[in-house]
Write a protein that binds this ligand. Structure first.
Ligand code: IVH
Length: 678
């Protein structure tokens, strides 16, 4: 085989595997096999730079940073959409369409509904099947050339698959940041002390605006494509929107899996209601549904007004951002003593949930926002994302707005404050003698994933601590029925229930107990690793740093922290008391070899679809506690696949490969065997 042919073959194979992995979510080779192909291509290209082509998969990353973005003239304007805010608006749109089509029947019209993804619109132009350039919408007529950045997005084909595409093809779509990636990226930014993005749309826009494509390449961006057009008179594109989406899929583009072809207005209204109900479980943020006339001939006849077409409409969902006012900024003391500024807000409904508090994270964030007490602010609540203040509406600042000042002592116990080196983090030095930290410690100890005591809410904990009934965690188990029944908001029945819950909670597991102790930075996974490695508590309590550092997840920062925790007399006393009041667990096998002797060690699991009893991150954690590796895609090496509702292609793939498939019920039963619950 000639060198040219080998290069061509490698590129074609890699392209196909990229498409299977990034677009179809169904890879057929292992990561290492893929790496070998990629490496071979890279080496051949490095040795023969004159044979490098712009559409080579190796060209996604890299390229020199641009000095600025040049302008691109859109061949057809990039329009925006008219809005429908109610079912009535939506029906009127369809009736209007039918009137304009002179007599079409609103109950028989073929329409396509798709999620309206909240990202950044992009135009991708392919010449002879290769990505020639990519541009932002800009003002609709002229956009910015963001080709170098878009090339780094793995789900954007650099070269089209299949055949039959027109020589000049423009595909439009939305570039977005999936919620999971958004959360992880923001966490990383915050960990590094950098400013997090306020929502996935800003994150996607910010990532695309980078002058250095290497930065964009590191951002978890994705695309969903929704339209295609060719040069006038060209062949190759179908006659309906639904068929266009299908053919785009065959050419390698990622299409929203939620699109549906529907007949009549009523079906569209039902689609909107269905999608709205699933909004919080989708992998990306959406702000509505786009409803389009299916027939492209009809679309042509309907035409467009100056800014939006007559053949499509956006059914808007309730906004995730609303304006409200900051009534005050308080400082909340967390379990580990960190003071967090919290904006107390004039309550406002955002996306169906009333928000009255928003964490401001730390004083740096307050300064960045330039937020004052009394300010008008924009607050946001995205799917699963905690409420946050997006920005201050400076033009509406009232004359008496007061700057936020860090208190000089702990607002709860008056103890002095300790500042971190960069002063971003401020901590109360009072430890468990600080009632706020003590209350948080109790709440954490009783939380679902620790000892799981139901019926012990915040107000009750306040009363128990304020009345000195609970001075240490062990006091919880000494509470009597009459003490509880005498408290505010507690009756005979709720007192009995709480006593019952406390009795049941005494029988726990070592990982839950360790997690519940609230050692700083010992989350569930670390607690499970500690338990698996030591098998029993006393060995862990006497372990030195070196022994601890041998455990997965425990590094040079955490090891001394764990040692310090177990050396403190107060903590040792509380643990002894807890054991004395009957907190107990089944002894586990000590596994000094750690993860390899965990029950699912060496296994690779995949979770797909929506689970009813837990979110996927919880399922993942439980599997990790058992030692499994949880990966994103199914391959021949996968041990088992857990499938929830709407599992998509991963289930089919598992079936094809004959891999063990567990539905939610089977998964729950399996977890139960290991004493794990959702
Ligand atoms: S169709 C002329 N379909 O919404 C038709 N747009 O307000 C224009 N968007 O700029 C676009 N998802 O960025 C269409 N499935 C979808 C969409 C979608 C998101 C965005 C797009 C556009 C804006 C229109």
């Amino acid at each position: 085989m000639t060198l040219e042919n080998r290069l061509q073959l490698l590129r074609q194979q890699i392209r196909e595997h990229d498409h299977r992995y990034y677009v179809l979510d169904a890879p057929v080779i292992s990561d290492s096999e893929y790496d070998r192909l990629f490496q071979e291509l890279l080496v051949l290209e490095t040795d023969n730079p004159d044979l490098i082509t712009q559409d080579s998969p190796t060209r996604r990353v890299g390229g020199a940073p641009a000095a600025g973005f040049s302008q691109v003239h859109h061949r057809r304007p990039m329009l925006s959409l008219g809005n429908a805010f109610s079912d009535t608006d939506m029906k009127s749109f369809i009736e209007r369409v039918c009137r304009r089509l002179e007599g079409a029947d609103p109950n028989a019209l073929s329409l396509v509904c798709e999620p309206k993804i909240d990202g950044v619109a992009v135009s991708l132009v392919y010449e002879k099947g290769c990505l020639a350039y990519a541009a932002t919408r800009g003002d609709g007529v002229r956009g910015e050339d963001i080709t170098l950045n878009v090339r780094t997005i793995a789900s954007v084909p650099l070269r089209l698959l299949g055949e039959g595409w027109p020589d000049w093809l423009e595909v439009r779509g939305e570039i977005f940041m999936p919620l999971e990636g958004f959360r992880q990226m923001n966490q990383r930014l915050q960990d590094r002390g950098e400013r997090p993005f306020v929502n996935p749309r800003n994150a996607a826009a910010g990532s695309l605006r980078q002058l250095d494509p290497a930065v964009t390449a590191r951002r978890p961006l994705d695309i969903s494509c929704y339209s295609a057009s060719a040069a006038e008179g060209a062949q190759g594109l179908p006659a309906s929107h639904a068929a266009t989406l299908e053919i785009l899929g065959r050419w390698g583009f990622k299409i929203s899996p939620e699109w549906e072809q529907l007949t009549g207005a009523q079906a569209c209204l039902e689609y909107c209601a269905r999608l709205l109900a699933r909004r919080d479980s989708l992998r990306c943020e959406i702000d509505g549904v786009v409803c389009k006339v299916d027939s492209l001939a009809f679309q042509q006849r309907l035409g467009a007004a100056s800014r939006s077409p007559h053949w499509a409409i956006a059914r808007k969902f309730p906004p995730r951002e609303e304006m409200t006012r900051v009534l005050a900024v308080d400082f909340q003391v967390g379990r580990t003593g960190v003071l967090t500024p919290v904006a107390r807000l004039d309550p406002v409904a955002v996306g169906g949930v009333t928000i009255s508090n928003a964490s401001l994270h730390n004083m740096h964030a307050v300064q960045r926002l330039d937020l004052r007490s009394g300010d008008a602010v924009l607050v946001c609540r995205a799917a699963d994302v905690i409420p946050c203040v997006v920005r201050v509406l400076r033009e509406r600042r009232p004359p008496g707005a007061r700057p936020v000042v860090m208190p000089s002592a702990c607002p709860d116990c008056g103890a002095e404050l300790e500042y971190s080196l960069d002063e971003a983090q401020v901590r109360c030095a009072g430890g468990v003698s600080c009632p706020a930290q003590h209350k948080e410690a109790i709440r954490h100890f009783c939380s679902r994933r620790a000892l799981d005591v139901s019926g012990l809410g915040e107000k009750l904990i306040d009363q128990l601590v304020d009345s000195s009934l609970v001075q240490t965690l062990a006091d919880l188990f000494r509470l009597t029925h009459s003490q509880l029944a005498a408290l505010k908001l507690m009756g005979d029945k709720s007192a009995s229930n709480l006593i019952k819950a406390l009795t049941a909670a005494r029988q726990t597991t070592l990982p839950r107990f360790l997690y519940g102790l609230g050692i700083r930075d010992v989350g569930e996974v670390t607690a499970a690793n500690l338990a698996a490695s030591f098998g029993e508590l006393s060995a862990l309590m006497d372990a030195d740093e070196q022994r601890l550092q041998a455990i997965e997840d425990v590094g040079p920062v955490l090891a001394p922290r764990i040692v310090r925790f177990f050396r403190q007399t107060h903590n040792r006393e509380v643990i002894a008391q807890l054991l004395a009041v009957g907190v107990t667990w089944e002894p586990a096998q000590s596994t000094s070899a750690s993860p390899s002797s965990q029950p699912l060690a060496g296994q690779s699991w995949v979770l797909t679809g929506t689970l009813e009893t837990m979110d996927r991150s919880r399922g993942k954690l439980l599997l990790q506690q058992l030692g499994a590796r949880v990966v994103g895609s199914v391959s021949a090496r996968t041990t088992a696949v857990v499938v929830g509702e709407q599992p998509g292609s991963k289930r089919d793939k598992a079936q094809e490969l004959g891999i063990d498939i567990k539905d939610e019920r089977a998964f729950l039963a399996f977890l139960k065997e290991w004493n794990l619950e959702p």
